[in-house]
Design a protein around this ligand. Sequence first.
Ligand SMILES: CC(C)(COP(=O)(O)OP(=O)(O)OC[C@H]1O[C@@H](n2cnc3c(N)ncnc32)[C@H](O)[C@@H]1OP(=O)(O)O)[C@@H](O)C(=O)NCCC(=O)NCCS
Length: 276
Amino acid sequence: MEMTRSREYVALGRQLLDQLPLEAGEVHIWVAVVGEMPDDELSAQFDCVLTADERARHGRFFFEKDRRRYAVTRSLVRYGLSRYVPIVPSDWRFDATEFGRPIIANSHPAIAGLTFNISHSDHVVLLGVTRDRQLGIDVEDLQRRTPLDVADGFFSPHEVLQLRSLPADLQPARFLDFWTLKESYIKARGKGLSIPLDQFAFDLSGEAGLRLSIDERLGDAPEHWTFWQWRPSADCLSALCVENKPCVTTHVTVRRIVPFVSETQATFDVLRESSK
Ligand SMILES: CC(C)(COP(=O)(O)OP(=O)(O)OC[C@H]1O[C@@H](n2cnc3c(N)ncnc32)[C@H](O)[C@@H]1OP(=O)(O)O)[C@@H](O)C(=O)NCCC(=O)NCCS
């Protein structure tokens, strides 16, 4: 089902939006393709939705492609969060943890337990939203440069072995498999690169499965998390990491969105999923 909105809906940036239920166990992923945002919409949203600080940061990006991606990201986050909490999109305010993870600074009862995470590649911006548990998401363009030497220096020995034992032409794709999964985990933990990348490892030896092992120094256990690897669009790869909660079954829903313009239900085409 597609909902197409006309340009005057840019004014939604200053209005409450229709509320979307988010039940226990639900994970909503919003996918915005940067190139799908019409220029006139983007500049209208820029004026209407972004804060002065955001507009100043936008102006500091050197390349137009980075400015555009940044504006789409800010619109997506503001629009997306306003679908769950009756706060006007332009009113959201954010702080950051000591590790750089954005946290909501507004106060409203519906914010309690709301968790979100953002990832952007050159072409796609993802927003993941859930309740009462942690979530991390990462997206990478399949055509991006793959610094294989980073794996040699920072991945776990088991991951390096799995990667380097492949034929050379298959290594870049496998590198991105590991990279996105590792990013999704460190983002779900919220501690960024303060988590040593060689203290947790993914085993991707099965056809469509994956298995995490965690060094006891990290004080965590693999059964705390479920991972999915999927393609939000043909030219990118994403990994999603969601915290498990007792007696709650996770259900992931994907929406393709042009913020404030259109929303379309999309499929969640899973390539790999963690073994149960
Ligand atoms: C910041 C980091 C969390 C993600 O960075 P990234 O992969 O370059 O970028 P992404 O687009 O996936 O994610 C950026 C978003 O993550 C969020 N983020 C920032 N710090 C975060 C943290 N500590 N925890 C969770 N999310 C965080 C922010 O929302 C940010 O977007 P914003 O600045 O527009 O708000 C961190 O992992 C990092 O610096 N990575 C560098 C890349 C690297 O070396 N990766 C090793 C992979 S194995």
